[in-house]
Design a protein around this ligand. Structure first.
Ligand SMILES: Cc1ncc(COP(=O)(O)O)c(C=O)c1O
Length: 417
């Protein structure tokens, strides 16, 4: 079937997947016993990232921005170099890239530190129907606290945003639009640049959740012209426990820090304090040096392995998965059908089989997929299901991983339907 699809489409199976795979020790150790298709949850780590973390501790570990001796200065320099690598990757000025723990923390920082003091009774915050809880709950809580309205950008049948039906989206009462760049369930890629341009005309801020896009497609914050953008290292081959927040300069000046403590204060007396300029004012406490170096190493790994080529491979896998799944009986596939309009994330349900059963049978065959609500319960309510099964792809996946997934689905169907 793959030959047929490759011949009839622009798919390319000449990508050297084994070369990429060889960089990932967990996958090499597992061999054929593991078909890891849960990349939207978290990605596996290449040797370059593991080595960067290990080298940090064995060669240049010390306190960041706290010591005057050579090891401490070296540690500080490495940390700032990592910031430069990240900032360049999304075309941000270095100092507008703040290290956080994760996308979740980045978004909560904006909610509590920036929007909370600006939101009044009757104001609106708009989110989309497809938001992850990380980009939904902080805004819902602020609305409840301030008697403001949480408004929802609904979806069209094909899983794209129905922006035309949002009455009042760009009204003066709208204080923020929070939108995911890529849906972690539908795989939809949203027109964030267009939303930012219209919002900017009315002075409305836009928060982009880029957890599923940075590291997978080129992301340029100047081109998108968003006010804030958040992402996590662990979804783009970097370590867990570190993420980033980009903010426009004027927003970062306006924003108050969420965490107060060491390293973020310029002067302090018994009653008052003056914060350091950003980014330091948002990075209280001892910095995650090893995480930052692992994060930068992931970006260097992406550069070294040609992100565009890897993306093309992932698109090929996605189209193959969509085509293979749609040949099955009793299946519903969610989101756009054309791989060119979506990311490498495919959610589906068998009509007569619970997704947890699909996930379990898949697991028994060594196929790691996700089954659940994917932290997107408002979307599940809209689709009318409690959960879906989800396969998500990375450059180290091969077409045969998808063939085994299809086998697993067939087995789940014959066992449970
Ligand atoms: C679209 C999206 N936003 C936010 C998050 C939260 O990311 P993290 O858990 O790294 O904070 C996720 C994680 O699955 C996600 O898929």
């Amino acid at each position: 079937m793959l030959d047929e699809i490759v011949q009839n489409s622009s798919l390319d199976d000449t990508f050297e997947v084994e070369k990429i795979r060889a960089d990932f020790p967990l996958l090499m150790n597992a061999g054929d016993s593991l078909h890891y298709l849960d990349n939207a949850a978290t990605s596996q780590k290449p040797n370059a990232v593991i080595d960067a973390i290990s080298n940090c501790y064995s060669e240049h570990y010390g306190p960041v921005h706290r010591g005057l001796y050579p090891l401490a200065e070296e540690a500080s320099q490495h940390y700032e170099n990592a910031r430069t690598t990240l900032a360049k990757f999304i075309n941000a000025p270095d100092d507008q890239l703040i290290f956080t723990r994760s996308t979740t923390e980045s978004i909560n920082m904006v909610a509590q530190g920036w929007l909370r003091s600006r939101l009044s009774k009757g104001d609106q915050i708009w989110v989309t129907r497809m938001e992850h809880h990380a980009n939904y709950l902080p805004w819902q809580a602020l609305c409840n606290e301030n008697d403001a309205k949480l408004k929802i950008i609904e979806l069209r049948q094909d899983g794209s945003l129905d922006l035309d039906s949002c009455i009042g989206l760009y009204d003066s009462t709208t204080k923020l639009i929070a939108v995911t760049h890529t849906s972690n369930v539908l795989g939809t890629i949203n027109p964030v640049k267009e939303i930012c341009a219209k919002a900017a005309e009315q002075g409305i801020a836009v928060m982009v959740d880029a957890a599923q896009s940075v590291g997978h497609v080129p992301v340029d914050v100047i081109d998108i012209d968003c006010d804030f953008l958040a992402f996590s290292a662990h979804k783009m081959f970097g370590p867990t426990g570190i993420g980033a927040l980009y903010g426009k300069a004027e927003r970062l000046v306006e924003m108050e820090p969420l965490l107060l403590g060491g390293g973020m204060v310029d002067s302090i007396n018994e009653c008052n304090s003056v914060w350091m300029p950003y980014p330091a004012k948002f990075e209280a406490g001892s910095q995650n040096l090893a995480g930052a170096l692992g994060f930068a190493a992931a970006i260097n790994w992406l550069h070294e392995n040609d992100m565009a080529l890897m993306h093309k491979h992932v698109m090929g896998l996605t189209q193959y998965a969509l085509d293979s799944l749609s040949k099955l009986n009793s299946i519903e596939i969610y989101g756009p059908r054309n791989a060119q309009q979506r990311a490498g994330i495919v959610s589906f349900n068998l009509t007569d089989v619970h997704p947890h059963d699909v996930g379990q049978i898949a697991g028994e065959l060594g196929v790691a997929i996700r089954a659940g609500h994917h932290c997107c319960q408002p979307l599940m309510q809209y689709i009318g299901v409690a959960a879906t099964a989800r396969a998500s792809f990375a450059p180290y996946n091969s077409y045969s991983d998808i063939d085994v997934l299809i086998e697993a689905i067939n087995e789940a169907h014959s066992k449970f339907a």
